[in-house]
Write a protein that binds this ligand. Structure first.
Ligand SMILES: [Fe+2]
Length: 386
């Protein structure tokens, strides 16, 4: 069902109910929306993780399952793991694929046996947070990861899960999706479901301090992209607009303000922007489909792919492109040009197909005639301009 169809159906059913109840017409302004029920924000918040995990332990369930970015294999991080728990270091050199998720789920099931883990904790950037969400869904739902790529396909509540971002910007800590690459089907799509939302998140800005500057920038600007694309689209509501405006303002302060982008205040602001932007994310525009094509075909990491995409989309987003270029120059971020030049024809065809497949964001940005506006030649010339 398309986003707009789903919204019409919801509106119709709510109107019927309320008309029966009091004869007055009800016009919903938003969908019935689920957010993360608990969050804790502040420097040092990570110290609360042990108590939160322990509160989930019980005789009926297995130990705790932790997914950590492999970066933390060497870094000092005091993990509240006990005997019987399982700690998995996730390779984040490429984005999570449906095959990775199936394999990690199989390993977890083999380890915990008939008892499901008492909770799943994801500690890392967007890839690790999404990995933990996807596995938590698959531990209580039969089948494979690709069976749930889409909207409202997850039928059973996931295992309780805690998200701890160590990079801020993707909004994965509070979004209702977990983005997975499916190279066989040439798509990048998540399990969009209320069951995918974390039950608890810990937002500790200190954890983002050690991120390399370019990674901090590329991840942080993902929030900028989600929010301006939402504000420039046609699928809007007043809450998402206000969240997006606030997050875009924070991004401008962080990346263009007088302080270093990694000053204490900016580390905290970036956590807040990512959280607000994550709640607003969902209705993207042209940047994310073009970015998804770069990730699917050329394996570019998401945040970097966004920046390359917007760098070539000045016709659609002139002000935002100029802002991004200003942010990039101020923070001395290197983006060598020519990443899509002189590719064989079949690569350009693959890039076109992997971009144009994203009907919802493209119609949000360009309307139902998006395939005419973004013809094959035009899209290929956008890739060649990067
Ligand atoms: Fe994104």
């Amino acid at each position: 069902m398309k986003c707009s169809d789903e919204f019409s159906a919801l509106k119709h059913s709510l109107m019927n109910t309320l008309q029966r109840n009091n004869g007055k017409e009800f016009m919903p302004v938003t969908r019935n929306t689920k957010n993360v029920p608990y969050y804790l924000l502040g420097f040092g918040a990570f110290a609360s993780l042990g108590g939160m995990v322990d509160a989930r332990r019980g005789r009926e369930s297995g130990g705790a399952l932790f997914y950590l970015d492999r970066f933390f294999r060497d870094a000092k991080l005091s993990l509240p793991a006990r005997a019987g728990d399982k700690v998995v270091f996730v390779d984040t050199s490429s984005e999570p694929t449906v095959e990775n998720i199936d394999s990690l789920t199989g390993e977890a099931k083999a380890y915990f046996g008939t008892k499901a883990p008492c909770c799943v904790t994801g500690i890392g950037g967007g890839s690790v947070l999404d990995t933990a969400k996807a596995v938590a869904n698959l531990l209580t739902n039969p089948g494979r990861a690709e069976d749930y790529q889409g909207w409202e396909l997850v039928k059973n509540p996931a295992v309780y899960k805690i998200g701890v971002p160590t990079l801020a910007g993707t909004g994965a800590e509070c979004s209702r999706t977990c983005v997975l690459l499916n190279r066989k089907r040439g798509l990048k799509l998540g399990m969009n479901s209320d069951f995918t939302v974390y039950d608890q998140i810990l937002l500790d800005p200190e954890l983002t301090r050690s991120a390399p500057c370019d990674q901090f920038f590329f991840t942080g600007t993902d929030t900028f992209m989600h929010c301006f694309e939402s504000l420039r689209g046609s699928y809007r509501n007043i809450i998402v607009d206000r969240l997006s405006e606030t997050a875009v303002g924070l991004c401008r302060d962080i990346f263009l303000g007088p302080d270093d982008m990694k000053a204490d205040g900016n580390l905290e602001n970036m956590m807040v922007a990512s959280y607000l932007g994550g709640m607003a994310a969902g209705n993207t525009g042209v940047v994310h489909p073009v970015s998804a094509a770069l990730s699917t075909v050329l394996h570019l990491p998401h945040g970097k792919a966004n920046c390359y995409a917007l760098s070539a989309l000045g016709d659609f987003y002139p002000e935002e492109r100029a802002l991004l270029m200003e942010m990039k120059a101020k923070n001395k971020i290197d983006m060598p040009e020519g990443i899509c030049r002189n590719l064989p024809d079949d690569r350009y065809e693959a890039l076109y197909q992997a971009g144009i497949i994203h009907e919802n964001p493209l119609s949000n940005a360009l309307g139902p005639e998006y395939k005419e506006i973004l013809s094959r030649d035009r899209l290929v010339s956008i890739f060649k301009a990067m």
